[in-house]
Write a protein that binds this ligand. Sequence first.
Ligand SMILES: [Zn+2]
Length: 415
Amino acid sequence: MSGTLITNARLFVGVDETVIADGAVLIEGDRIVWSGPTADAPDDPDVDGDVERVDVAGRFVMPGMTESHVHLSYSNAHPSQLDKQPVPIAMLDAVDNAAELLRMGFTSAISFGSAQGIDVHLRDAIDSGRVAGPRLLASDRDIGSTGSNADNKEPASEGRKRIADGPWAVRAAVREVAKSGADVVKIFLDGEELSAHAAPGVISYTDEEVEAACTEAHARGLRVACHARSAEAVKQAVRFGVDFIGHANFLDDEAVEMLAAARDRIIVGPGIAWEIQLLNRGHEIGLSRAAMVARGYQREVDETVSAVKRLREVRVPLTIGGDYGLSITPHGTNATDLQYFVELFEMGHAEALLCATRDGGKGFDPAGMVGTLEAETFADLVVVDGDPTGDVTVLQDPDRIVGVMKAGAWHHRHL
Ligand SMILES: [Zn+2]
């Protein structure tokens, strides 16, 4: 089996904020077999076959990042046009989007909804090595109730969504998603300011329906991701065992306490790029800043800042990413989220980096095979020309991402 010995690295293992000034990583096959200070490195790497030595000349080496709320099937379009591409074009776009995400240092991604059921086929093509992309937890079409934010008045079970009402219909929808081969069920628990008929405070499913979705998904080995902006929706999600909560913008004391109690099994991703870019760039798609403020998006950003502050105080893991793949949030700019975590949520740069690596990785694989550079985990890593623990914005520049390795193989290498 072939191996790689990376030397002369500023090494961020990703278990805490420590940076090892002179570090090394030894990789055999698709796994890391050793990482740490060069002074402690094994003299003679115990790897069968060839070991290539790669001197990274003091560059920063960190775990691959996890995009925790991805939509690879969206085609950088207007929010109302996300599933309007012909399927063959959308598939080709998704292949490009997956390669771009990996190129930018994201070696894992958790899908929060897939137009046309594209994810499953994309995941299989990635896993077989046919196309480049991150490890992908695939989802299928969103599941939502009649009149929910998922229900945009078009025929049910098309494009981006399946409309299902009542516990048995919800179970049937989850079974369809399971049959498709997906890993994740995405459900809408409440609404969206932009929706004409389903605002964030409007709960779209009863407890019985949420319980049906979660028990059916878990019985089939799938995990559940939800759209939940309000405290009530977040509480429903926690109560019935949703695994990934998207947004969680408006929290009350009880919601914070419930999330704190569930912090070992639940992942919260604010997915704040959507609100911020609606406010900043909405005018490009006919949605003026004034109109978006009037809809409540500035208030939502403000509430999210306070929600995130409270969740950090009770140590609920927060993950980066969310709703990239629209014209105002194009694919490949996903690392902008780390900048939001620093500037808006007032995190340290290294803390934001841990959200992108360790915490996202734990969400992707609770068994701990991704997200850090610890021994025996998958060799997914990024080499950066710069120091993200001092300035996370370097991760937005493709020229500074000089190496991307997934499963021990270089996807990109400009060293
Ligand atoms: Zn989303």
